[in-house]
Design a protein. Structure first.
Length: 583
């Protein structure tokens, strides 16, 4: 332990001297209350410390004690269904210790030390293991089989392994390495949050991460192991979109980071997730979710740590071979925390006062996403998909955080205030958003969804783009003056927008849409257009086509349950052919 003294306090930044032997990013206990902090700068014998708790009452001359270790997270059984603060303190345990208002200086283990878990070994005495190998399993929840792995940097022979109920502190196996040293293996391991967990190699992602949101899955898909950002102004639906992705994404584990957003938004997650059912298993979604809450009324410095805490937990489950979806809401608040600390450190500011290293920090975060072959003697493939919301002031997409994010992510879901004001949700603008993953997954989509899916998607986007051009003309001369062919294009584009892209997050059926149902919906709209186009050429009035009853059936199809969708699709398809054969 190295002890120093405080010489200056500036909000969450504390300057101490006497810590000359300390290292960058060492954890320290600050003041008489023992507040938790981290060394972020060493200069001229003085250490600059960002404190993760409120610093009122801390004064010059009080002691600072360095632990000699960086900020680490505990990784083991008990992570799932838990809710942590930015530095992995379980909020439920903090509430038991100090009530609804958390006392300062509290240190609570991230994993319950008293709870016993049933450990089932999958290796036996005498087996040779290496870093990343699974030595046993724990049924953490009904949805998650927690794999106990050999920590990185350890390999050798199993000389003892147990079976039964143990706490995370109990030794469940002993490994003898090639030097003859005996290493105790417990059910949990620690890992520094600022260092990415090791893996064998990164793999080019080929499988889409289906989200159940039609505008995403149809037009701007993300892959398992991909990166995406959701920028948008206040009220455009960033948080609800993040919630929808967390609820329905085709991932086995969800890590949701509430970074600097309002507390009631995290409350919504806590109330909704235990009640919502996983579409595959029927179990509550919370049984595969880890929540990290560092809301806007919590200390600013801990926002920066919360992002790293979340990605480290996500990497841990990735190492087990799981597909993990990580939601960060929002990286703008994380960047603002960096800006505040940077200003107190008197660093040279970059654009709009953000630190010059903003782009590098964002790139380091998103770089930790990806699809990888994990460590271990048996092949396992896991992925972390990182989806970050960005909240630029006034929805200005030239904001440094947005621009730095766009340089490193491959999917851009641009939220549009004008769509939100029209009550069109998700308010993702189909003309400005993009995905760079088409070439990765198109072959997979053709196999899973349908042979003509790529052509359908292209055709639908052409209608939407053509509509934006025709809207300008319609404003000038009136929609009645357009040719019947152009009016039909406008009507088809409106159907794509209102009947396909619009989705009600709070409707029990429409909240989630499977790829097969998505295919059927778009197929019906394009089939109607095709038949209408043929009728127009044979002289049928466009007004008669627009008023056909079958269009209402197409619009209502989104509310048909998944198990009835195929039968209803065939009925509507037949009705389309019959209707046009009679006019």
């Amino acid at each position: 332990m190295i002890e120093g003294k405080i010489v200056r306090v500036a909000g969450p930044l504390v300057i101490a001297e006497g810590l000359s032997n300390a290292k960058m990013f060492d954890m320290v206990r600050v003041g008489d209350l023992g507040l938790i902090g981290e060394i972020i700068e060493l200069k001229s014998g003085r250490a600059s410390i960002q404190v993760y708790e409120e610093t009122s009452g801390i004064g010059v001359g009080q002691k600072v004690i360095s632990t000699g270790e960086p900020l680490v997270v505990e990784l083991g059984p008990g992570l799932i269904e838990n809710i942590y603060d930015g530095i992995q303190r379980p909020l439920s345990e903090l509430a038991k210790s100090s009530g609804a208002f958390i006392s300062r200086g509290l240190v609570v283990p991230a994993l319950d030390r008293s709870k016993k878990w049933d450990f089932n070994p999958v290796v036996k005495k005498g087996d040779t293991v290496e870093a990343g190998d699974v030595i046993g399993e724990v049924k953490e929840t009904t949805l998650v089989n927690h794999k106990i792995m050999v920590p990185p940097g350890i390999n050798g022979k199993i000389i003892d392994i147990k079976s039964g109920s143990f706490t995370v502190e109990d030794v469940v196996a002993i490994i003898e390495n090639n030097k003859g040293e005996k290493i105790d293996i417990k059910m949990y391991q620690k890992w520094p949050v600022r260092i990415g967990r090791p893996y064998k190699r990164k793999i080019n992602p080929k499988e889409p991460l289906f989200t159940g949101q039609r505008v995403v899955d149809a037009f701007f898909p993300i892959v398992k192991g991909g990166t995406a950002c959701i920028p948008g102004p206040f009220g455009s639906g960033k948080t609800v979109t993040q919630h929808q992705l967390a609820k329905w994404a085709d991932a086995q584990i969800v890590v949701y980071i509430g970074c600097g957003e309002r507390g009631n938004e995290m409350t919504d997650v806590l109330i909704e997730f235990p009640e919502l059912q996983d579409p595959k298993s029927g179990e509550p979604l919370m049984k595969r979710t880890v929540l990290i809450a560092n809301t806007s009324n919590m200390p600013v410095a801990a926002r920066e740590a919360s992002i790293y805490t979340g990605i480290t937990i996500a990497e841990y489950f990735r190492d087990m071979g799981y597909d993990v979806a990580l939601m960060a809401d929002s990286t703008s608040r994380w960047a603002e925390a960096m800006r505040e600390i940077s200003g107190r450190l008197e660093e040279m500011p970059g654009e709009e006062g953000y630190p010059a290293y903003l782009g590098r920090r964002l790139a380091e975060f998103y770089e930790r996403a990806g699809r990888v072959e994990t460590l271990g003697s048996t092949q396992r493939i896991g992925s972390v998909s990182a989806i970050g919301a960005v909240s630029p002031p006034g929805g200005d997409l030239s904001d440094p955080v947005v621009q730095s994010t766009l340089r490193v992510v491959k999917v851009f879901w641009g939220l549009d205030a004008s769509l939100a004001y029209k009550r069109h949700f998700p308010a993702i603008n189909w003309l400005t958003s993009y995905s760079l993953y088409y070439s990765n997954i198109d072959d997979y989509l053709v196999e899973i969804i349908g042979e003509d899916w790529i052509d359908m998607r292209t055709k639908a986007m052409e209608f939407l783009q053509r509509e934006s051009e025709l809207e300008e003309i319609a404003r000038l001369i009136g929609i009645e003056s357009l040719s019947p062919e152009n009016r039909l294009i406008m009507e088809t584009a409106r159907s794509i927008r209102e009947d396909f892209l619009h989705q009600n997050a709070f409707h029990e059926v429409d909240s989630y849409c499977s790829p097969k149902k998505m295919y059927m919906m778009l197929k019906m709209i394009l089939l109607f257009h095709q038949e209408a186009e043929t009728s127009l050429k044979s002289g049928v009035d466009i007004k008669k086509i627009i008023g056909l009853e079958v269009r209402e059936d197409i619009a209502r199809f989104r509310y048909i349950p998944e198990n009835e969708a195929a039968n209803e699709f065939e009925k509507i398809k037949t009705k389309i052919f019959e209707t046009f054969s009679k006019i």
